[in-house]
Structures are given as structure tokens and as C-alpha cells.
Design a protein around this ligand. Sequence first.
Ligand code: SAH
Length: 254
Amino acid sequence: MTGKVYLIGAGPGDMELMTMKAARMLSEADAVVYDRLVSDEIVGMARADAKMIFVGKSSDRHTVPQDGINEILAQEARAGRIVARLKGGDPLIFGRGSEEAAYLHSQGIEVEYAPGITAAQGVASVTGVPLTHRGLATGVQYVTGHRQANGVLDLDWKRLANPDTTLVIYMGVANIGQIAVGLMTEGLPGSTPVLAISQATTKDERRLVSTLDHVAQDAREAGLKPPTLFVIGKVVTLYADAMPDPAQEVAAHA
Ligand code: SAH
């Protein structure tokens, strides 16, 4: 009998940020397919006898290409296993979960989702910086800062350069300079505050507060590496209020 695949959002890192549904599905799994965005703590919640399959995968280096991952999931399910596909954050936000689901459906394999706390929400919860705030941001946009190999970062800068919404950039660390210039060219002030966080909600978390015109340099000097999330907009002015102890800041621009 064919098994099924659970597409599970593991959240941003902290194990307590997983949903109960995600934890239950993971504990049922005969096979677990995971990548490097999922913390060891969470991977360790799998059954001791589960078959563990690491597929690497970062934004710029794919240990197993997407087709290969799709095929592994299908094979494991065809072997009758309950397969947990563990993904960082939410599987349906920059997670390619829907591509995996489409392939599995095309193979007649059942898919069930467990939503996860996306990085933006994890960052908001640990810093107290809201994604929306009355008078500061009427909405929030989640945007990818990742460029296909050899491609240009083709974003609608005009639409994004809105001082009244919060911009959250996923996968942006390599291109934050280009992103900042694109936004400033369309009129977003260079003084717009930016919060950059690496490995948010984990013990290795690092934070940096900067401004749009300095963030590329600050991020480079601080050596920020993926996974890093950038929150751009007036809501970041609430950071100091929200965090009485800014000891974890690695740099700040006055
Ligand atoms: N599905 C994930 C996003 C995957 S794309 C989610 O919903 O969060 C990978 C990007 O997510 C990273 O480059 C980074 O921008 C962001 N990210 C994921 N986890 C993060 C974390 N713990 N801290 C900071 N950024 C994170």
C-alpha cells in the first residue's frame, strides 16, 4: 500500500514554535526528509527508528536538486512509508512545498500539510518588531531577494518602495546592496530603518539594526550569512522600545 507525505513546517528554529500538528506528524513518520534550515533539535524529535534523509539545500547550493527531492519523497511513499518532509518556516512560503505537492499528486500520492511559523513571524516574536502597526505600516510584503543563477533580481521596485508598508526580504543576504539601491532609486529614504537577523529563534541568532543606505556595508562587515531575514520599514523604530536589552545587536547605525 502506498504511504503518504506530510509537508511539515518546522518553524524558524526554536522547537517550541512548531505546531502540535507538526510535532504529531513528525512523530508518526517512518521516513524524514529534511534540509539544513531545520534545527537539529527538531530533527531529533523524529522516531528513533525513522529513516533519516538529509537533502541539504540552501538558496545557492542545492545538495539534492528539486527533482531529486521530489523523487525521493515519491519513492519513500511508494514503499509504503509515512514520509515527513520537514521544511524551515512554513512550507508554502518560499518553501517549494507546493512544487513538491504538485509532483506527488501527479504520482497519485496523498499529501497533507502542517503549517509552520514563517521566519518573519519568528523574527517579530523575538524582537517585538511588529510586521504591521497602526500609523507605521498598513501592510506587509514578503519578498524574495534571491536571484536565479546568472539572472538579475527582477523585482517591481516601484511597488515595493512604499514607506507605509513593511518589507520582509527572504534569501536576501547576497543581494541586499542591490535591493537597497533599487528601493532608494524609487524613493524610499536612505534613513529607512532596517533590522537584519540571522538564525532567528536559535541559540546562534545575530541581530543588526541599520538603515537602508548602510545595511549592505553593515551586513557585510558583520559577516551575516544565510539564513538572514531583513525587515525594512518604519516598524523597526519600535525595536529599541521593544527590547530593553539590546546586547545581542552586532552593529547599529546612529
Ligand atoms: N519557508 C521558510 C523560508 C524559506 S527561504 C519560511 O517560511 O520561513 C529561506 C530564507 O528564509 C532564508 O534565506 C532567510 O531569509 C529566511 N529564514 C528562514 N529561517 C530563518 C531564521 N531562523 N532566521 C532568519 N531568517 C530565516
